[in-house]
Design a protein around this ligand. Structure first.
Ligand code: G3P
Ligand code: MG
Length: 241
């Protein structure tokens, strides 16, 4: 992990921002965890954070394959059937999604200051719409949104595909990836951003093993703890409330 003030001096200030969604802007990772715990309990197995770390941030089918293979249940439950089973429960949970602390403040701040920002989420279109149902106005502030089922996203995170696609859709593209700052919660997402040549602020769930922090340029406990100045971005005018 480099000191962000060193990163700014060596890489130049940030001009564009890309946000992850699940677990970063929206408190939706808990839904996946809950449903996966229920499914695994049927096989007398427990869902733990080492498995969670391997799944989070990935496209649904890629995460599903990890789930059935790592738990040794792939002979009785295929990745496709796991997704069907998970779906019914997730569909009723997603519309209740809450924002993560500091998400609204940071998005509104960047919008007010004219810093272009976009969304890059592994979630596919139908899930994106359910999850953002109560937050349409906030998400409409994004310059653009790239979803996991976008044709340009051939492979999910940790492949850089989604961040490179998001970078290409800003006005004035191509944007130098060194001037793009990504906000992520998942190890696969942090790696994807680094593979795209971008800087990354990681906002991990506290249950995630700290060995995953190393690859991020900065780690903060919450978006409320971010100091935009660290990245050459305009400072907040009011302290976090
Ligand atoms: O973290 P995101 O927004 O890329 O979403 C990925 C999955 O849908 C959930 O882990
Ligand atoms: Mg995420």
């Amino acid at each position: 992990m480099t000191n962000p003030s060193q990163a700014v001096s060596s890489r130049g200030p940030i001009t564009h921002v890309i946000f992850d969604m699940d677990g970063l802007l929206l408190d939706t990772e808990k839904f996946y965890t809950e449903v996966q715990e229920i499914i695994l309990a049927r096989y007398n197995k427990t869902f733990d954070w080492s498995l969670k770390a391997k799944m989070m941030g990935k496209k649904a089918i890629e995460a599903a394959r990890v789930f059935v293979e790592e738990t040794g249940i792939s002979d009785t439950l295929t990745a496709e059937d796991f997704l069907i089973e998970r779906e019914a429960q997730l569909q009723s949970m997603f519309p209740t999604s809450d924002l993560m602390p500091g998400a609204s403040r940071l998005i509104r701040h960047l919008h007010e200051k004219g810093i272009p920002f976009a969304l890059a989420t592994g979630s596919h279109k139908r899930h994106f719409e359910l999850k953002t149902q109560r937050h349409g106005e906030l998400f409409s502030l994004m310059h653009h949104v790239v979803l996991g089922d976008d044709p340009e996203v051939k492979q999910g995170k940790p492949s850089p595909d989604i961040f490179l696609a998001a970078a290409k859709r800003f006005e004035g593209a191509p944007i130098d990836p060194k001037k793009i700052l990504v906000f992520e919660d998942a190890p696969a997402g942090v790696l994807a951003a680094k593979n795209a040549g971008m800087s990354v602020v990681m906002v991990p769930d506290p249950r995630l093993d700290s060995s995953f922090y190393d690859i991020a340029d900065q780690v903060v406990k919450s978006l409320l703890d971010l100091n935009p100045n660290d990245w050459g971005l305009p400072p907040f005018e009011n302290p976090a409330s």
